[in-house]
Design a protein around this ligand. Structure first.
Ligand code: GLN
Length: 486
């Protein structure tokens, strides 16, 4: 049961072959058994989850009409606010914070009658690619417990891979949904900027952040995407156009289909086993009748540098609110107000967050702003234009999600630059605001999952899901589960 997709579980529930309460109990038990090893969850509210499940069962018995995820468990990354539950961002700064309201996506999940299982681990304030930057615990990759699950939404990806939940929400600022999905052998999708409301998402870099779904397959990701996408006036960057209903169309083929392969994505730095799996995936699409065209993103080589100016600049501004007064941790000992600010921030933030705040403050400082931040905005526009040009030639771009499979815990801990390069293929989509998805496309010889990334033009999520699903129907990588689970 635990290994089933959300759609299969939803069918069982609808046919009353299982109750939401029994199903929730089963996943709670899987968490109790497996999570001491995987460490994907920071907080599990068993009582609240069971209460939601019982209420769905009662309403089903009464014959009431239920939402699209009725009785299906969903895990939530620990930076999306749920009223009364912890939202720590895996930071000591917010260790005791309990938001007084639900994020927009949580309201939508409640309307869909989903069961909220608990809060998943992450890199502190979503800064990182391995989940090692959590102040509380390091999540492990269910395919190899010595390795990282990716990040920053590593807890959400690992929880789905370990079958501790069928679905999870994460957030993606530079790759934080797609990269851990690739490394954990699950599907993870980042919507177009503006498609999903950021109301109640604790901000890292506001012009890049998007919430998105994790699932075992493309169809499940589409189901969860549908549940949370759509306009919300409380987020001024939320777009006011109707969201597609992807779960009704993902099985329709696109013909003729033209797929772009980016010349610059197969440069030095790409692991040979990842390259082999991705090239094989391209051949699968060719066999299915797709035309493969070579496209160029000439400014792709500047994406990492541009991202680490824009994201850090926005982070330095967003994180200024943690001053020991308004939110979170306040130092016990201090001599005056300035000392209180300094000590509270010094104690509350971990080393990577401090590094980002310093980089971003520098990039915005007088005398350097033109050279760094404003220059980065101009390059961001060039990167955006590269994608727009490429989508004139193809329906979607495909390539590797991550340059390497999951690395060992501790391996890159002392080398921030090596860590930053984990997002070399994913960051462009955030800078350009376009949707992207990572789907399983193979394994290395030692059994580590490899992810294929597909990118589409802005607001073409429906097309993106259809193209991804085409691959899924022809392959069975998405049906594999880690040995650890069975
Ligand atoms: N790994 C990138 C970073 O550290 C992206 C993180 C994210 O998408 N939240 O900033």
């Amino acid at each position: 049961m635990l290994e089933r997709t959300a759609r299969e579980l939803s069918d069982l529930l609808a046919r009353c072959e299982i109750s939401a309460e029994t199903l929730t109990q089963a996943f709670l038990q899987a968490i109790r058994q497996r999570d001491p090893q995987v460490r994907a969850f920071l907080h599990v509210d068993e009582d609240a989850a069971l209460e939601q499940a019982r209420s769905v069962d009662a309403r089903r018995r009464r014959g009431e009409s239920l939402g699209s995820l009725a009785g299906v468990p969903v895990a939530i990354k620990d930076l999306i606010c749920v009223r009364g539950q912890p939202a720590t961002c895996a930071s000591k700064m917010l260790q005791t914070f309990r938001p007084p309201y639900d994020a927009h996506v949580i309201e939508r999940l409640r309307q869909a009658d989903a069961v909220l299982l608990g809060r998943t681990n992450m890199d502190e304030f979503a800064m990182g690619s391995s989940t090692e930057n959590s102040a509380f615990q390091t999540t492990r990759n269910p395919w190899d417990l010595e390795r990282i699950p990716g990040g920053s939404s590593g807890g959400s990806a690992a929880a789905v891979a370990a079958c501790e939940t069928p679905l999870a929400l994460g957030s993606d600022t530079g790759g934080s949904i797609r990269q851990p999905a690739a490394l954990c052998g699950v599907v993870g999708m980042k919507p177009s900027y503006g498609r999903v409301s950021r109301y109640g998402l604790i901000a890292f870099a506001s012009s890049l952040d998007q919430i998105g779904p994790f699932g075992h397959d493309v169809a499940d990701a589409a189901l969860l995407f549908d549940a949370v996408a759509g306009h919300d006036p409380r987020d001024s960057t939320s777009v006011n156009r109707p969201a597609p209903i992807c779960r009704q169309t993902f099985d329709r083929d696109i013909e003729p289909l033209a797929l772009g392969v980016v010349r610059e994505h197969f440069d030095a730095g790409l692991d040979s086993e990842v390259e082999r799996a991705v090239r094989e995936a391209i051949r699968v699409y060719e066999r299915l009748g797709a035309k493969i065209v070579e496209v160029s993103l000439p400014h792709a080589k500047y994406a990492v540098a541009t991202y680490y100016l824009v994201a850090t600049a926005e982070a330095s501004s967003n994180l200024a609110r943690y001053d020991g007064v308004h939110f979170g941790h306040r130092s016990r000992e201090h001599s005056d107000l300035i000392d209180m600010y300094c000590r509270s921030r010094g104690e509350g933030f971990g080393p990577e967050v401090k590094r980002r705040i310093m980089l971003g403050t520098h990039a915005l400082s007088s005398g350097y702003k033109d050279a760094y931040y404003l220059k980065a905005l101009k390059v961001r526009r060039l990167i955006h234009d590269d994608y727009a040009r490429a989508f004139g030639q193809c329906d979607a771009i495909l390539g590797p999600t991550s340059p390497t499979p999951a690395f060992k815990i501790g391996e890159r801990g002392n080398d921030p630059l090596a860590m930053y390069l984990a997002d070399i293929y994913t960051i462009g989509a955030n800078l350009a605001g376009i949707p992207g998805i990572s789907i399983p496309c193979g394994f290395t010889r030692s059994g580590l999952p490899v992810g294929l990334q597909l990118l589409a033009a802005p607001f073409e999520e429906e097309k993106l899901f259809r193209i991804a699903r085409t691959f899924e129907r022809a392959t069975d990588w998405h049906t594999r589960r880690p040995r650890f689970v069975s």
